[in-house]
Design a protein around this ligand. Structure first.
Ligand code: PMV
Length: 341
């Protein structure tokens, strides 16, 4: 691929950029695996670090080709991306194959490789390359079909993903992401890398297993709607303590659902718990710091930006933490070059 402006002029393709998001209220569990409809709503902060840049060119080859970070994608990824491209072709009414070239700016081994920024960028670039224009809401519904959390990366700052109604067509049509009014609430997120390696179990498999076998799953899901309301209100008034408390409880109780699955899914490592101890110690010392953990061992710590260096120093001193990254709220997905957005 080339995202170089001088070569794009002679190229029919399109380029899009999307950022990862960190859920403060997690998506964990599908009620429809084909349409990727979640059991509950979720809410996230789009980050300003580690964007994915994806270029899609159509019509010059027989079959889809997929390159990630300059190398041909593995078989599983290729199957997933070509399945998604078929969906885009169904929507756009086009038939040509596509060449996808996607570059992640996540440092190797950061443990943050995100399907969210990947599928948000792919959805936007593919639609633009096939000359098909979607509203941001429609784009979020399309990105959702690649990876659920990708629908939230279509928008910047704070974003809610609605679960959608229970019957067609309200289920699919009603399950989209949209921005959450946040005023000037602009917290920092310090990401402590405990283990940068790949996941032992994919979030896709782990959430399904949890839904099917954990006695804690339904009670967890039943509490989400009320937490979403409280979280939206807290974001609106810039109440970091309330946002942090709800987010930390949501993440730890999500991990509790996995620990109670049969057999257990455990992403938490000893180092993860030591970061949680450090966050608790920061709070005891008067710093507003709250932890959230995705389907992995790394910890994201929400704090006031005035405390971010102190928080980053406290977690980076831990022997289990190999790197820290500081993020703030970031932009939504943009088409940076090419045809219709
Ligand atoms: O979108 P997926 O299939 O990668 O699942 C994301 C699951 C979590 O990251 C754990 C939670 C979330 O809402 O992002």
């Amino acid at each position: 691929m080339s995202t170089d402006a001088t070569t794009l002029d002679i190229d029919t393709g399109a380029t899009a950029v999307a950022h990862p998001n960190m859920a403060l209220i997690k998506y964990w569990g599908k009620r429809d695996r084909d349409l990727i409809l979640p059991v509950t709503g979720s809410l996230s902060m789009t980050l300003d670090i580690f964007p994915t840049t994806t270029h899609v060119r159509v019509g010059e080859q027989e079959a889809d080709t997929i390159a990630l970070d300059g190398r041909p994608a593995d078989e599983v990824t290729t199957r997933r991306v070509t399945g998604f491209l078929r969906l885009v072709r169904d929507i756009t009414g086009r038939h040509e194959a596509a060449a996808v070239d996607s570059v992640n700016s996540v440092p190797t081994g950061a443990g943050l490789a995100s399907s969210a920024s990947g599928f948000a960028a792919l959805a936007a670039a593919a639609c633009a390359a096939y000359d098909h224009s979607l509203t941001p809401r429609e784009l979020s519904r399309l990105a959702r079909r690649g990876s659920g959390s990708a629908c939230r990366s279509v928008f910047g700052d704070f974003v809610v993903w609605h679960p959608g109604g229970s019957r067609p067509p309200r289920d699919d049509l009603g399950s989209y992401a949209e921005p959450v009014p946040a005023g000037d609430f602009d917290p920092a997120m310090v990401i402590a890398i405990v283990d940068g390696g790949g996941k032992a179990v994919s979030s896709r498999k782990a959430m399904q297993h949890t839904v099917e076998t954990s006695p804690f799953y339904l009670p967890w899901a039943a509490g989400i709607a009320a937490d979403l309301e409280r979280m939206r209100a807290a974001i609106g008034r810039g109440d970091l303590q309330e946002v942090g408390r709800i987010a930390e409880h949501n993440a730890l109780s999500m991990h509790a659902t996995m620990l109670a699955a049969r057999p257990a899914v455990r992403y938490l490592q000893a180092g993860t718990l030591r970061v949680l101890d450090a966050v608790a110690a920061l709070r005891t010392g008067g710093i507003d710091a709250y932890a959230t953990i995705d389907a992995g061992p790394n910890v994201a710590v929400l704090c006031d930006p005035r405390d971010e260096i102190r928080v980053a120093r406290a977690v980076s001193e831990l022997p289990d933490v190999s790197a820290t990254h500081i993020a703030h709220r970031g932009p939504g997905t943009t088409v940076t070059a090419g045809a219709a957005a």
